[in-house]
Design a protein around this ligand. Structure first.
Ligand code: VG1
Ligand code: CO
Length: 542
């Protein structure tokens, strides 16, 4: 039986950088999840009888919302849902399933790298039939709907067994529970030289992959250990836990410090990597050398042709605006297009669909390609491995040679987390108001060449996205970028992105923070970070 349940809107269901993210207790309010899911369905057209993919990163409240989503999909007229066994689907795996089985779209339950548990974060995002995050037009429509919603539809069905692979009927709809790993592993096998990788591990190559008790555990175990023959224990923390073992599943130098320390230590393995809550981010650390995500995009693009899936070369490279310009130099050398988009993977979708870009990346540890429409943590790790195997060199050699060829973009991001929303807005408003007066003036002896608030004009559909981050560009190409996070769940997070290009090969081994010290000071002078936030230093430096 289908019930129509009366409800009242919640005013705060605005999808951020990737979907709606809130604390679990917020999601547990009566009809909160139902309202948002119904708003997604109401914003969509033409899905009657079609297939919806549902999965999540296994965090607390995942199973409950999956049951709601199944019952609501049935009531709203979907013909079928495909659910990852145990409710598990990494974000890139979900994207692949949507594309491979030509489904209508998918609902992914995740708050990515944010912590999980009864008092931590939860999230819902919708991906369209191309497998990518809902474009802005759709998220705007969903948000508009959340403000007007007055009822939702749900089928009265018993709890569906999502732990047994197979097909059942529920509320007049087919529910297929699928192996979350198989299709993804097959896709990876089609892109990379698994034979060469098997030989690499057989030769004694040692690696650590830290799944951080999040969704990539089963994927890494199957691909690295079972299919590629890496020794047992290569994948660590590989069992997804609802609270990620009490840690932030954020593969950065703060939350994956243990991996960093191991990779810098005397008995470091050859290669270290980690992924985040939903499996779309990657951390790459070679023996004794950390690879910044911005550099990683550039290095993967420069070497991608060594992997079978990319041997024909790249069509173009796309990077988010705050990501360093290292990839631009590679694109220039390859003679291919380079595109600068706002933060968030949804902006890459059109470029990938139009065949204008093959590899995309963000400074926030997201890298991916046209194989799916999401960033893909394990994909980046496997491409690195393929390049290491093909070149027969260490990560350190590859990185330092890259800098010698292209120069080095020193890069760092400073995050000021959980600051008061009013104070964060005041900082941005003040900065925005003086943008016009900055060009031509000097800070710390550096002349400002231009200052603006980034607007993106999508070359494919002509849509314009404004206010995507304040950029201050100095003579010589150094820059500082300011923007407020769209994924946080408490207070505001100010992100300050700092970049300086160093062509001189003899100056490529400086400490990053020291190399950027004058720009860091200039950022504070210009934006009054300390005065506005009341913080003497950032909460996280990457
Ligand atoms: C952050 C990152 C952004 C990334 C987004 C989603 O957004 O900066 O690059 O696309 O997270 O990543 P924000 O608005 O907080 O800066 V994930 O791994 O959360 O899907
Ligand atoms: Co993520």
């Amino acid at each position: 039986m289908i019930r129509t349940v009366a409800t009242k809107p919640y005013p705060d269901q605005k999808p951020g950088t990737s979907g709606l993210r809130k604390k679990v207790p917020v999601f547990q309010q009566e009809h909160y999840a139902e309202n948002f899911i119904q708003s997604i369905f109401d914003a969509l057209d033409g899905f009657k009888g079609k297939t919806l993919v549902i999965g999540g990163d296994g965090r607390f409240y995942n199973r409950e919302v999956i049951q709601k989503a199944i019952a609501m999909a049935a009531a709203n007229g979907f013909g079928k849902v495909m659910v990852g066994q145990g409710g598990i689907l990494s974000t890139p795996a979900a994207s692949n399933i949507i594309r491979k089985y030509k489904t209508f779209g998918g609902i992914i339950l995740s708050a990515s790298h944010n912590p999980g548990g009864p008092h931590e974060d939860f999230g819902i995002k919708y991906n369209a039939s191309n497998g990518g995050p809902a474009p802005e037009k759709l998220t705007d429509a969903i948000f508009a709907r959340t403000k007007a919603i007055s009822s939702f539809k749900i089928a009265d069905i018993a709890t569906v067994d999502i732990d047994t692979i197979g097909t059942v009927e529920a509320g007049g709809m087919t529910v297929e529970v699928i192996d979350p790993v198989a299709d993804y592993a097959e896709l990876m096998e089609s892109l990379f030289d698994f034979e060469a990788l098997r030989r690499l591990f057989k030769s004694g190559f040692r690696m650590r992959f830290d799944a951080m008790h999040a969704v990539t555990g089963p994927y890494a175990k199957e691909i690295l250990e079972n299919r590629l023959g890496a020794p047992k224990g290569t994948a660590r923390n590989f069992i997804p836990l609802p609270d990620f073992g009490g840690h932030h599943p954020d593969p950065n130098l703060v939350h994956a410090k243990h991996l960093y320390d191991e990779m810098m230590g005397p008995d470091a393995p050859d290669f270290g990597a980690a992924s985040d809550g939903d499996g779309d981010r990657n951390l790459i650390i070679g023996k004794g050398i950390f690879v910044t995500p911005s550099d990683s995009v550039a290095m993967l693009a420069a070497n991608a042709h060594l992997a079978p899936g990319y041997k024909a070369g790249l069509k173009g490279i796309a990077r988010s605006m705050p990501t360093s310009g290292a990839a631009d130099r590679v694109a220039e050398k390859l003679g291919i297009g380079i595109y600068e988009t706002p933060t968030g993977w949804k902006f890459f979708g059109n470029l990938l669909d139009a065949g204008m870009a093959t590899i995309c990346g963000e400074e926030s540890a997201g890298t991916g390609s046209n194989h799916v429409r999401e960033k893909d943590g394990l994909w980046a790790v496997l491409l690195w491995l393929n390049i290491l195997a093909a070149r027969g060199e260490s990560a350190r050699e590859i990185v330092t040679q890259h800098w010698a060829t292209y120069g080095r973009n020193y890069y760092s991001r400073h995050d000021y987390e959980e600051i008061e929303i009013d104070r964060a807005n005041a900082l941005v408003d003040e900065l925005r108001a003086k943008l016009g007066s900055l060009p031509g003036t000097s800070v710390r002896g550096m002349k400002i060449a231009s200052a603006d608030d980034f607007a993106y004009n999508d070359p494919v559909d002509g849509s314009i996205s404004k206010n995507q981050g304040i950029r201050i560009l100095f003579d010589g190409g150094s820059r500082v970028v300011f923007r407020l996070s769209g994924t946080g769940t408490s207070g505001a997070t100010l992100r300050v992105y700092i970049e300086r290009y160093e062509p001189d090969n003899s100056r490529h081994d400086l400490d990053t923070q020291q190399a950027l010290a004058d720009l860091i000071a200039a950022a504070d002078d210009t934006a009054g970070i300390r005065a506005h936030t009341g913080r003497a230093k950032p909460s996280v430096i990457t």
